[in-house]
Design a protein around this ligand. Structure first.
Ligand SMILES: Nc1ncnc2c1ncn2[C@@H]1O[C@H](COP(=O)(O)OP(=O)(O)OP(=O)(O)O)[C@@H](O)[C@H]1O
Ligand SMILES: [Ca+2]
Ligand SMILES: [Ca+2]
Length: 614
């Protein structure tokens, strides 16, 4: 790997003029092979500070030089591989190997600069953009008068004896500690220490508070680090957790030279997906999923994986969109950069992890943050180079469906667990998918005509699609006669509810499903209600699929309709010139819905999208 093969942004041209460099997109990327032993070149967390510093310098240099010399299609030694080497030679050293510049092998990811600046109160031009709820909380508050009392227990030192440091991040450091009394007496634990001096914004304080709150609410899941307690004193917050002695997933990836076999990758991904689908059902979005934030409990090969670090996590209601740009650059989803996202953003990050596990390289790579963002937004990941041609088509399909740039078309974590590549290896029960509830809400609010159209599509679903829906239907515990009602959904959600679900108001969202109150839904109608047209549209054979459904709709659901009636069925407002917009939706020969109208109706149009479509 290592060849820059993404469609647009990753072609890299380097201009050298003494020590100055620039990186620019190139239409003709030149393939460069990776170094034979990539593992030894990779920066470790201890190099993080250097990475950051060098990258910042790098970005400045880039901006300057791009203006002066837009194209020089040759390579030359540059300081760029500082990013990837442990012992960096001085700039301009003849021992530098330009090939390394192109390596996409994972190294510790850095947080998005603007997000970090906003949270830690450091100057950053991007951070000043604001315009979101968290930004407002932090920026306006200033550094004075911040309330840094958390209401946690005091006297950490009386209960724990602090040991050596075992990890470090941007927000704190983690140490081993020994419990001196109580139930855990004698047991070693991990303590994440977050210095209060570092909490210079209201956002930073809120982040620390939420980190503990979310860990506390979710604790108990097998793939989540256990929270034991939280303390505070004047200087610090102390988060006492289960000690994971097996190291970070990133280190295991590196120690294997990057690649995992499909089965080994599956074993890791199943654990990640189980945990993430659980979070999403509870209304928690992690927002910082990356191999550094998964730890193994022990050094054993098949040790259990545990998620850590909820420092950027948040609660999200089922139909809420978040707008704060946070996360780590290599793992950030395109919609996060567009400032409108929800739980799907975590699934994108899992897609990046899956890609790395299977091929040892990052799908979106650039030396600068803005370069990475450009690639995430515009480039397609490469599936043509080794080892991809030798991997199963199911593995590729799995990763592609996680890395769909349109969050509506992306698989959910629960769907990923039901994917053919995963499902046979997964012993655990697939959790309820909150997407089902969201889609059912849209269905219940649909016109009779749209319901009929969806029912026609439901009759054409494939075995794999039906497998997932059947599993979800079963989780709702249908009656003996095979039907469900609103009570079943309520009951199913209540079984899995944690305190986090209360905070994210998932149960309140059910009120919007009131139409299901006195109604029983059988599996066939459930499929119509819970299928995602956007996801189906992303399949290769969608056109064929839709034609087939349209034929069924012609037999059972299609009827003569006038434009005004169609407009009112769609809830189109008076601002839309319905005759101009809906003209092609109706077949002129018999006044019934045309194929185009059928497909548009399935998508579920709003007045806004109709107005835009003109
Ligand atoms: N429960 C634990 N057991 C063992 N090591 C841990 C544990 N929790 C954290 N660590 C180590 O400490 C490191 C930093 O912890 P964490 O990621 O929570 O800090 P952070 O300051 O939020 O980091 P970041 O810069 O990624 O936001 C981890 O990468 C890991 O190596
Ligand atoms: Ca971390
Ligand atoms: Ca963190």
């Amino acid at each position: 790997m290592g060849t820059c093969c993404s469609k647009d942004a990753t072609g890299t041209i380097i201009s050298a003029n003494g020590n100055t460099i620039t990186v620019k997109d190139s239409p003709n990327p030149i393939p460069v092979k990776d170094n034979a032993n990539p593992v030894t070149d990779i920066a470790k967390p201890s190099d993080k500070a250097q990475i950051l510093e060098t990258q910042q310098q790098q970005e400045q240099v880039e901006v300057e030089v791009v203006k002066r010399s837009p194209f020089f299609p040759f390579y030359s030694p540059t300081p760029a591989h500082y990013l990837l080497t442990k012992n960096s030679p001085p700039a301009g050293s003849p021992s530098m190997n330009p090939k390394r510049i192109f390596k996409r092998t994972p190294s510790p990811a850095k947080h998005i600069g603007a997000a970090l600046a906003r949270r830690q109160g450091k100057p950053n031009t991007e951070a000043a953009e604001g315009g979101n709820k968290e930004g407002a909380a932090g920026e306006g508050s200033g550094r004075l008068g911040l309330d840094k009392s958390f209401g946690y227990k005091k006297g950490f030192g009386n209960e724990y004896e602090m040991g050596e440091e075992i990890g470090k991040g941007h927000f704190g450091y983690t140490c081993k500690a020994k419990c001196k009394k109580g139930e855990l007496k004698g047991q070693e634990v991990a303590v994440k220490v977050i210095p209060k001096a570092q909490m210079t914004t209201a956002i930073a304080i809120e982040d620390a508070r939420r980190e503990v709150k979310i860990l506390r609410a979710l604790t108990g899941h097998n793939n989540l680090v256990k929270l034991y307690d939280a303390f505070e004193d004047h200087e610090n917050v102390y988060i006492v957790m289960e000690l994971c002695e097996g190291g970070e997933l990133l280190d295991r990836i590196l120690s294997r030279g990057g690649k995992y076999t499909e089965d080994d990758a599956k074993a890791v991904l199943i654990q990640i997906l189980n945990f993430v689908s659980f979070c999403h059902l509870q209304g928690v979005v992690h927002r910082d999923l990356k191999p550094e934030n998964f730890l193994f409990t022990s050094k054993e090969e098949n040790s259990q994986l545990k998620a850590i670090d909820f420092g950027l996590s948040d609660f999200v209601m089922p139909d809420e969109r978040l707008n704060d740009i946070v996360g780590s650059a290599y793992y950030v989803a395109p919609e996060v950069l567009h400032r409108s996202y929800s739980t799907e953003a975590d699934v994108w990050s899992i897609g990046i992890i899956a890609y790395i596990l299977l091929c040892g390289s990052r799908p979106f790579w650039a030396r600068t943050e803005s370069g990475i963002f450009r690639a995430v937004l515009k480039a397609d990941p490469c599936f043509d180079e080794p080892p991809w041609p030798s991997l199963s088509s199911e593995a590729k399909d799995f990763v592609k469906r996680l890395l769909n740039k349109d969050p509506r078309k992306r698989m959910t974590a629960a769907q990923a667990l039901s994917h053919p590549w995963i499902k046979n290896n997964n012993d655990e029960k697939v959790p309820l998918d909150i997407l089902i509830v969201k889609l059912m809400k849209a269905y219940m609010h649909s016109s009779a005509l749209r319901k009929a159209a969806l029912q026609a599509v439901a009759k054409t679903l494939t075995v794999d699609e039906l497998f997932y829906l059947k599993e979800q239907f079963t989780l709702l515990e249908p009656t003996e006669s095979g039907t469900i009602s609103l009570d079943n959904i309520k009951a199913a959600l209540t079984i899995y509810a944690t305190d986090a679900m209360k905070e994210s108001r998932v149960l309140e969202f059910l009120a919007s499903l009131n139409g299901l109150h006195n109604r029983q839904m059988d599996f066939e109608e459930f499929c119509a209600a819970a299928l995602s047209v956007h996801q189906l549209e992303s399949r290769d054979r969608w056109e064929q699929h839709a034609r087939c459904a349209y034929e069924l709709f012609e037999k059972n659901g299609n009827r003569a309709i006038v434009i005004e009636e169609l407009a009112s069925e769609l809830g189109v407002g008076p601002s839309v010139p319905v005759h101009a917009v809906l003209h092609d939706w109706i077949r002129h020969t018999d006044g019934k819905l045309s194929f185009l109208g059928f497909v548009k109706l399935l998508r579920g149009v709003s007045s806004r999208s109709l107005a835009k479509a003109r």
